[in-house]
Design a protein around this ligand. Structure first.
Ligand code: DC
Length: 218
């Protein structure tokens, strides 16, 4: 039997940084489900769909083949044979991922891939609906969050370190809009599973969060 850890939470809470570190320390496989929604978003953007076009997007999604590979332990997302990993992390792609992931057909398209990855391996999977919907029987569920002000501050730091411009107020507004959309959608909204442990990382550093989660593993 594989051991599954589900980490859910809003954008910018540190899920992927924490999950990657934990996966390395525990020799688990890290599965970033947001990256899969982002790969589909690239497909929709390239096809010229508006985010509101539910019927067009729902019809087209069957032509987007998403799969996962690992290179030196790092997840790579393959979209119709192309490794799109380097172009997943833009605001445009993130916004399209948040908008298109509300559609039933889009979520259904990724469900089996996500479940099958966890069935055969010890995984740490992060996203919005892992503990509530994808892996309801996960061995450990964490709901990782932080205030929107702190998440915006971290995102600004990240952009500055990459030498990019960072507009704090705009980033905070974007984060709050995305939170609202992710947690108010009809299907699989972002919410804490009843049996998940709530962890606010606003005043904790990465190592403190990682150690806290390790202490919950049985
Ligand atoms: O975690 P992220 O920022 O890479 O995710 C991008 C978007 O994908 C997010 O705004 C909502 C969507 N998403 C989702 O609906 N369900 C998941 N399990 C993961 C991401």
């Amino acid at each position: 039997m594989s051991y599954n850890i589900a980490i859910d939470g809003p954008a910018g809470a540190g899920k992927s940084t924490i999950a990657k570190k934990l996966a390395k320390d525990l020799s688990f496989v890290y599965v970033d489900t947001g990256a899969m929604y982002r790969a589909l978003a690239i497909f929709f953007i390239r096809k010229g769909f508006a985010a509101e076009d539910e019927s067009g997007i729902s019809d087209a999604v069957k032509d987007a083949n998403v799969s996962i590979e690992y290179v030196n332990g790092e997840q790579q997302v393959i979209l119709n044979g192309e490794n799109v990993t380097p172009i997943l992390r833009t605001e445009e792609v993130g916004n399209m991922a948040s908008a298109s992931s509300v559609y039933k057909a889009v979520r259904a398209h990724l469900l089996e891939l996500q479940r099958s990855l966890a069935a055969s391996k010890d995984v740490i999977m992060d996203g919005r609906d892992i503990g509530t919907c994808i892996l309801p029987n996960a061995d450990l569920k964490i709901f990782l969050t932080a205030t929107s002000a702190e998440r915006a501050r971290r995102r600004c730091e990240e952009l500055k370190q990459k030498g990019e411009n960072a507009d704090y107020e705009k980033i905070k507004k974007d984060i709050e809009e995305r939170d609202y959309r992710d947690s108010h959608r009809e299907i699989a909204p972002l919410k804490q599973a009843e049996d998940a442990i709530y962890l606010d990382s606003s005043d904790l550093n990465i190592d403190e969060v990682v150690e806290r989660i390790k202490s919950y593993i049985k």
